[in-house]
Ligand binder design. Structure first.
Ligand SMILES: [Zn+2]
Length: 238
């Protein structure tokens, strides 16, 4: 059951996840530079976090995508958006936030994605915009199992692998996390996935004056997590 179905009365329509081939990955919307005409979400960071956890638990137990009211929802959010969480995650096609958090609909999540879920300038600005302008109370940095960008960073550390084009500089941003995890007990790549997500969350929380200010006012919380490709579970790490 999706998040929407838990809060709305009326006919429930479900579509098996396996039958869905083309679901838009992001819900950023076209109103990026327009101030919302309505208030931001009333949810606190802790309430938003609980909602994500509940949605992921439903996804793990029985992945379904809700089609209930999608037309109405599209119309409702066409003029403005009030997303209740910002998600920074990988571009990996298997880590689609709206799906893995239990079928979240249009206008609910503010999403930034790039290979390796790194916080470069564009991503920092995106997260800041979500928190400051749209009022999202929660920022989640979401890494995932066997992330290709992290694997590449570990290869750079282990074998001094050279990567073509802009992939090298992109992966270099993950290398400090890989260096920190080199030789540690456990799986090198998975340790680096977790460490990189932790570092990115820390960077957002400490290097962005916008987020720092909002955190100080208890208006934003930054957390990090790891998504398991096999089980579908999101493990919130800190
Ligand atoms: Zn990845």
């Amino acid at each position: 059951m999706c998040l929407r179905c838990t809060t709305h009365l009326g006919r429930r329509g479900f579509l098996s996840l396996s039958s869905i081939a083309a679901i838009g990955a992001g819900a950023v919307g076209s109103g990026l530079m327009a101030r919302p005409a309505r208030a931001a979400t009333a949810l606190t960071a802790d309430e938003a976090l609980a909602k994500l956890k509940d949605g992921n638990a439903r996804y793990v137990a029985g992945p379904q995508l809700c089609e209930d009211n999608m037309l109405k929802q599209r119309a409702d959010v066409a003029k403005s958006q009030a997303p209740w969480a910002s998600i920074l995650t990988c571009s990996d096609s298997r880590v689609t936030p709206e799906l893995i958090f239990g079928g979240v609909s249009l206008g609910e999540l503010f999403v930034a994605r790039n290979a390796g879920n790194m916080a470069d300038t564009a991503t920092m600005g995106t997260i800041e915009y979500g928190a400051e302008h749209l009022g999202t109370p929660l920022v989640v940095v979401l890494g995932h199992e066997t992330c290709g960008a992290v694997v590449a960073a570990c290869d750079v550390v282990k074998t001094h692998a050279r990567l073509p084009g802009s992939i090298g500089p992109m992966v270099n941003a993950i290398v400090p996390a890989a260096l920190a995890m080199k030789g540690k007990p456990g799986d090198f790549v998975d340790n680096t996935v977790r460490e990189s997500a932790r570092r990115t969350a820390h960077k957002i929380a400490t290097q962005s004056p916008v987020i720092k200010h909002l955190e100080h006012e208890d208006k934003v919380k930054v957390v990090y997590a790891r998504y398991d490709l096999q089980s579908g579970a999101v493990e919130f790490l800190g």
